[in-house]
Design a protein. Structure first.
Length: 129
């Protein structure tokens, strides 16, 4: 038997699991299970890429891809004014949609990728002046 601690929706559970021995038959009926929530400690801060679904990424005036993925939609057109935090395009990565937002107010000068384009980390997506 092995005991694991599992976190589900912010609650902590202690689960005991029986290991299957080599050549042992597998029981088909399930044993009764009672889940008892355990107090959880607050999660430790993790350094790394933004954890929200919105990413404001830029290198000067060039907005770049924060992760590899596929452009699902482009929400702006060249020449359009944009405000800080406005969604510029949506990038799908690992079956999740990530909104790429403007880091500052400006005007879209050029768009380098279109819907359906595959992009890599750091690849220029568009230019905001």
């Amino acid at each position: 038997m092995k005991t694991y601690i599992i976190h589900v929706n912010g609650q902590r559970f202690e689960v005991t699991v029986e290991e299957k021995k080599e050549g042992a038959a597998v029981r088909k009926e399930a044993a009764p299970v009672t889940a008892i929530p355990m107090p959880s400690e607050p999660p430790a801060a993790v350094q790394g890429p933004p954890s929200s679904s919105k990413a404001a990424v830029g290198n000067g005036n060039i907005v770049t891809a924060p992760l590899p993925g596929k452009v699902v939609s482009v929400k702006v057109k060249a020449g359009a004014p944009v405000r800080k935090g406005q969604v510029l395009m949506v990038l799908e990565a690992m079956k999740m949609e990530n909104e790429i937002v403007a880091a500052a107010d400006g005007k879209v000068a050029e768009i380098y990728v279109g819907e359906g384009s595959s992009v890599n980390v750091g690849q220029p997506l568009l230019k905001v002046e």
